[in-house]
Design a protein around this ligand. Structure first.
Ligand code: KG4
Ligand code: ZN
Length: 356
């Protein structure tokens, strides 16, 4: 079964063809980085307009690169939640129109579940053996932990109550005067040989003793004050007296390394707690599935491997092209969704927030 997948939840316009849920025949991604760079973050209206312009050429390219014609497509899948509503609407409208005009089934897929399935499918035939698994999504828009009983049966255990981890990387990069997206720049700076990750004691948010939720806004504010100093009182005109240009290159590097250490610590802490809670529940977790753009982070990958060894769990991370937003993960999971619960109809609705 060849499924054409569509992904437009944020700022990547993507389409892919995947055969039988495992063989990626094409994987086309049109990124919008350059359109949002000057704003230091994704501007929803600009993202929706770019999707509207790019969706048809991207869909055509995915079918052509797969070496197929439209008549060879057996079903159409679309990421319909969660995401920016204007962005989701473009993909869902395109998916419905294609499915209806070709007389093929339409399959709605949860974007976050797809990120986690990308990790499972990268396990080379181990896709079945890795379940039950803990799922970790770390991206520019999401930070969440799941219990994955199967590719389609997931329970959300916790998530961020404010910023996503990737957003925190991007904002800290902006505070340090680095470009957008900031994650790779922080990763590079923090990885320089003399970077001291203990130069600054930034806070690691624990929330309640049993909480599996995340909070990154306190960490971000601490970095802001470390770089710019305490803000002036309003009676004295407010604002900051300095910015990142007051830091030496060594200090910038140390801020990046100390921030990265705190951000990774928060993830390991909550994964450890989640594992404990699932063990108490007798869930029989066997692996950790990791997805989302921040899983490219060198330190995070290293710490995940160490945690996996400590807990006796396999850690499955997809190759980079399947870590970031893409439509291959949508088309691949759609195959399982179709087997487990069949197709959707044309009432499929985009949902901006995660429903489960
Ligand atoms: O999954 P993704 O491509 O898009 C979303 O669904 O959000 O993730 C993008 C995020 C950005 O915040 C970017 O800064 C971050 O992933 N990122 C990284 C690294 N590479 C990308 N963060 C830390 N270290 C990296 N090496
Ligand atoms: Zn994503």
């Amino acid at each position: 079964m060849r499924i054409l997948g569509i992904e437009t939840s944020c700022d990547e316009t993507a389409a892919a063809v995947v055969e039988d849920g495992v063989r990626v025949l094409s994987n086309v991604v049109a990124s919008q980085y350059e359109l949002h760079a000057e704003y230091g973050g994704v501007v929803p209206e600009i993202a929706s307009r770019a999707h509207a312009e790019r969706i048809m050429p991207v869909l055509r390219a995915a079918v052509e690169e797969a070496g197929l014609g439209w008549s060879n497509i057996d079903a159409v899948a679309v990421g319909h939640r969660p995401g920016l509503i204007g962005s989701l609407l473009v993909g869902v409208a395109a998916g419905k129109a294609l499915a209806w005009s070709m007389g093929r089934p339409l399959i709605g897929v949860d974007h976050l579940h797809a990120h986690l399935y990308a990790a499972a499918m990268s396990g080379e035939g181990e896709a079945q053996e890795c379940y039950p698994a803990l799922g970790l999504v770390v991206s520019g828009g999401h930070t969440a932990i799941y219990l994955c009983e199967s590719p389609t049966k997931l329970e959300r255990l916790g998530g961020t109550i404010d910023d996503a981890i990737g957003e925190a990387f991007d904002k800290v990069a902006a505070i340090l005067g680095l470009g957008h997206p900031g994650g790779p720049a922080i990763d590079r700076l923090a990885g320089e040989p003399d970077a001291d990750d203990r130069a600054f004691e930034f806070p690691v948010s624990r929330l309640g003793a049993d909480s599996l939720d995340f909070s990154f806004s306190g960490l971000k504010t601490s970095v802001l004050y470390a770089v710019r100093g305490q803000p002036r009182a309003r009676s004295e005109g407010g604002g900051f007296t300095r910015d990142h240009t007051a830091l030496t290159p060594g200090q910038r590097r140390d801020v990046a390394a100390s921030f990265q250490r705190a951000a990774c610590r928060a993830v390991m802490l909550k994964l450890g707690r989640a594992h404990e809670a699932m063990t108490a529940r007798g869930a029989g977790v066997r692996s950790i599935l990791v997805g989302g753009g921040v899983s490219a982070n060198t330190r995070l990958r290293r710490e995940l491997e160490v945690l996996g060894d400590e807990l006796g769990l396999a850690v499955l991370m997809p190759p980079m092209e399947l870590c970031v937003d893409n439509a291959a993960m949508i088309a691949a999971l759609a195959h399982r969704v179709f087997q487990d619960r069949g197709a959707d109809d044309l009432t499929l609705t985009p949902r901006p927030t995660t429903a489960c």
